[in-house]
Design a protein around this ligand. Structure first.
Ligand code: MG
Length: 334
């Protein structure tokens, strides 16, 4: 049994609501806005219960299960009855880990057209979501930010690690040259790792790969799916992305749009800051591709070549390969 009450603050649709969700015999309180999506509600519930959003099933007697789609708003889904009863059914990841080798599923990338991108990052509603995330999310520094360093933000799944293949030892699924890459990048960049999965998964994976205790580099911080925001595009519907603006707002004295770069195999993840994103070739089928994948070696060259520039956001990271070529030619010819 659960109940919810809505208390009004601000304009229509922006009322903050306190929902009470019952799970495993306990009640949890989550705060959301009425115009948040059900997906966002699940993220809040995850915060309280640690059950990943994709594992959650929300039961609300007044609404059929078909209507509880993740991209519908809470307002339209629950129709704000004075008394809401909501129950969540789901399993925490710890238990799932026992029989599940691979991580949470990630759907294929899609190409957003330019108008889409401009529209999404400038939309007031998305800027509001970012603001809310900035006020809610805490980034815990594992190591202090360093004066004068740029910022490198890295995705995990398919970027540093093939999370869909299986192996006896997770090191077999690590992208080749990972530690060499991080060691070299660390000279010029503070490094943060941001995954669309849970913090538990991020810590587990990075710990297994030896990224968190390597003597040659230090990781500044880890971020998880709770730091993401949900945006809507006219052509591709609703999806989650990783707004660097969150990091810039929390560490304004160190990082900004000019000194940050982010690697991810999904372009949509940097839709809120398209000038700072580099789409990395996904590292899949580790057993087959382990011998030939030198993406991180070549990207090290790129990172070090651009490290001396004042403003990284002036670069077109799509052309990173030709940038290295031109750069090395320039150096050869003195
Ligand atoms: Mg990925």
């Amino acid at each position: 049994m659960a109940s919810a009450s809505a208390s009004s603050s601000g304009g229509e649709g922006w009322e903050e609501m306190t929902l009470c969700v019952k799970w495993n015999g306990k009640e949890y309180t989550v705060r959301v806005c009425a115009d948040d999506t059900v997906g966002e509600l699940k993220r809040r519930i995850c915060e309280a219960t640690t059950v990943l959003p994709k594992r959650q099933k929300l039961l609300y007697p007044k609404v059929g299960p078909k209507q509880l789609s993740d991209d519908a708003t809470i307002l339209s889904t629950l129709q704000l009855k004075p008394t809401l009863k909501m129950t969540m059914i789901g399993t925490v990841e710890d238990e799932i880990f026992v029989d599940q080798v691979d991580g949470p599923e990630i759907i294929d990338d899609f190409e957003l057209v330019q108008e889409d991108v401009t529209d999404i990052k400038d939309k007031d509603v998305n800027q509001q979501k970012l603001k809310r995330r900035i006020s809610q999310y805490k980034i815990e520094l594992l190591n202090p930010c360093r004066e004068g360093k740029k910022l490198l933000v890295l995705d995990i799944d398919y970027t540093l690690f093939d999370h869909r293949s299986t192996a006896e030892n997770p090191l077999e699924l690590m992208r080749p040259y990972l530690h060499e890459f991080l060691s070299a990048a660390y000279a010029e960049y503070d490094i943060m790792i941001w995954s669309a999965t849970s913090m538990r998964w991020v810590e587990l994976k990075m710990g297994q790969l030896g990224v968190l205790n390597n003597p040659n580099y230090k990781i500044a911080a880890l971020l998880d799916h709770m730091a993401m925001i949900t945006v809507q595009s006219d052509t591709h519907g609703i999806f989650d992305c990783k707004p660097l603006g969150l990091i810039w707002a929390l560490f304004p004295e160190y990082y900004n749009s000019k000194n940050s770069i982010m690697f991810d195999d999904l372009r949509r993840n940097f839709v809120m800051n398209p000038q700072n994103g580099l789409v990395i070739k996904p590292f899949r089928k580790a057993h087959l591709n382990r011998k030939n994948d030198d993406e991180l070696v070549r990207l090290t060259q790129y990172l070090l070549a651009i490290a001396e520039l004042e403003d990284l956001s002036q670069l077109d990271h799509v052309k990173w390969e030709s940038f290295i070529e031109k750069n090395s030619k320039r150096q050869r010819h003195g």
